[in-house]
Design a protein around this ligand. Sequence first.
Ligand code: SF4
Length: 323
Amino acid sequence: MNNVKPNVFVSACLEFESCRFDGTMISDDVVRRMKDVVNFIRVCPELSIGLTAPREAVRLVKRKGEHQKLLGSVHGVDYTEKMENFTSKYLEKLLSRDIDGFLLKAKSPTCGIGDVKVYQDIGKAQLDSARHDGMFGTAIKERFPDHPIETERRISNYNIRESFFTHVFTMASFREMKHDFSYKKFVEFHTKNKYLFMSYNQAILKDLGQILANHEKLSHEEVLQKYETQLRKLLHGESSKKRRINTLTHIYGYFKKDLTTEEKEYYFNALDDYIDYRIPYSNVLYILKGFAVRFQEEYLLQQTVFQPFPKELLVVLDSGNKI
Ligand code: SF4
């Protein structure tokens, strides 16, 4: 497992402060669980520009012929410049904090991403049916384009949550290896993540191996930079079912000669159940890990694919999609 504590930025109203416009805090089970296994860095941008809780709500407004603004929803006070100034200074500081991921409050005109309404004016209808980014959310996406950025709403979906945690914990583990660099640790990082990476993208896994081999005799800083670029590309992709089945097949290959007929049948029934959406991927991995324990396959036992993030974060809750 990647057992480093990642640094995650969180909107302060998620489980930390009663800083919302109505003076409340959002209670969120996943964020609560994360408190034990990540270092949270939090801020409420609206309180940081001098607003109080409770306060009038703010809105994103795009009047005809004007730039988009952040306005008070009752009196139309313009907070745009204050928010721009705060955001630019705060994110500049955040760049030096080794942030591994962002968890933002959904639908907020400040923190939200991809789900924020923009209005034609105060008291008027929405500009369009599209969903936009909040002011602070936009700036985060611009300054940290390669980082995992999610909202508490999106990670209520099992698959999105699993990808987010995998991304955050893998990058934290990479960051730690980079800070305390040796080629031995670099090789160990690559080795223990081999099957996890395979489940995302076999072609990029191959590229990562080539970069690590360093046939061009680059400096270790250049190698790390190239590796990180490819790693981020890999983790931004999706671990599709086809790729996961390919990974399971590779791992199964370690035991196929040693298993009994009954064990093989049990495994292939589980694989069929996974293919037909009756059980999740993790169930099949559990079976393979059981074989790895029995046959003491040390190479496999160290693989992060069996547990890419702490089990405290494993919750089989889902907002509706297939797991
Ligand atoms: S969404 Fe952002 S700005 Fe709004 S209360 Fe939460 S932390 Fe503050």
